[in-house]
Design a protein around this ligand. Structure first.
Ligand code: 2BA
Length: 109
C-alpha cells in the first residue's frame, strides 16, 4: 500500500475532490500553507493499493494545472534595516507537488 501526499493549489481542489469521490478513492484534505508564498493550499492524503498509484497520479495531473503568480517579496535596501524596496516577481506554482510513500501498516478501527 502507498500513501500519496499531494500539495494542490486551492483553485484545483474541488475538481480533484469530485473526481476522487466519483472513482471511490478515499482521501483526506488538510488545509496547508506554502512555506515560500505563505498562501493557502490544500494537502491531500490518499491511501491506495500499489496498483492504483499510477491512476491516481494521472487524475492529479489531469485536474491540477501550473499557474504563474505575481508575488511581492520584501527585500532590504542597502544596510538600513528599516528601508525596504518591494518589486513583483513572477513565480510558477506547479500543478501539484506529490510524494508517494510506502505504508508499512494500515488499520481502521
Ligand atoms: P510554496 O512554498 O508557497 O511555493 C510556491 C511556489 O513558489 C513553488 O511552486 C515554486 O515555484 C516557488 N518557490 C518555492 N520556494 C522558492 C524559493 N526558495 N525561491 C524561489 N521560488 C520558490 P511549487 O514548487 O509548485 O510548490 C507549490 C507548493 O508545494 C509549495 O508552496 C509548498 O506548499 C509545496 N511544496 C513544494 N515543494 C515542496 C517540498 N519539497 N516539500 C514540501 N512541500 C513542498
Amino acid at each position: 500500500m502507498k500513501l500519496i501526499i499531494a500539495v494542490i493549489q486551492d483553485k484545483d481542489v474541488s475538481r480533484l475532490s469530485e473526481r476522487l469521490v466519483k472513482e471511490s478513492i478515499g482521501a483526506t484534505k488538510l488545509a496547508s500553507t506554502g512555506g515560500f508564498l505563505r498562501a493557502g493550499n490544500t494537502t491531500f492524503l490518499i491511501g491506495v493499493q500499489d496498483e492504483q498509484v499510477d491512476h491516481v497520479l494521472s487524475l492529479i495531473s489531469q485536474n491540477c494545472k501550473a499557474r504563474d503568480q505575481l508575488v511581492t517579496p520584501m527585500s532590504p535596501l542597502g544596510n538600513q534595516v528599516e528601508s525596504y524596496v518591494s518589486f513583483p516577481i513572477s513565480v510558477q506554482i506547479g500543478g501539484a507537488t506529490v510524494f508517494v510513500v510506502t505504508v508499512d501498516q494500515f488499520e481502521q478501527f
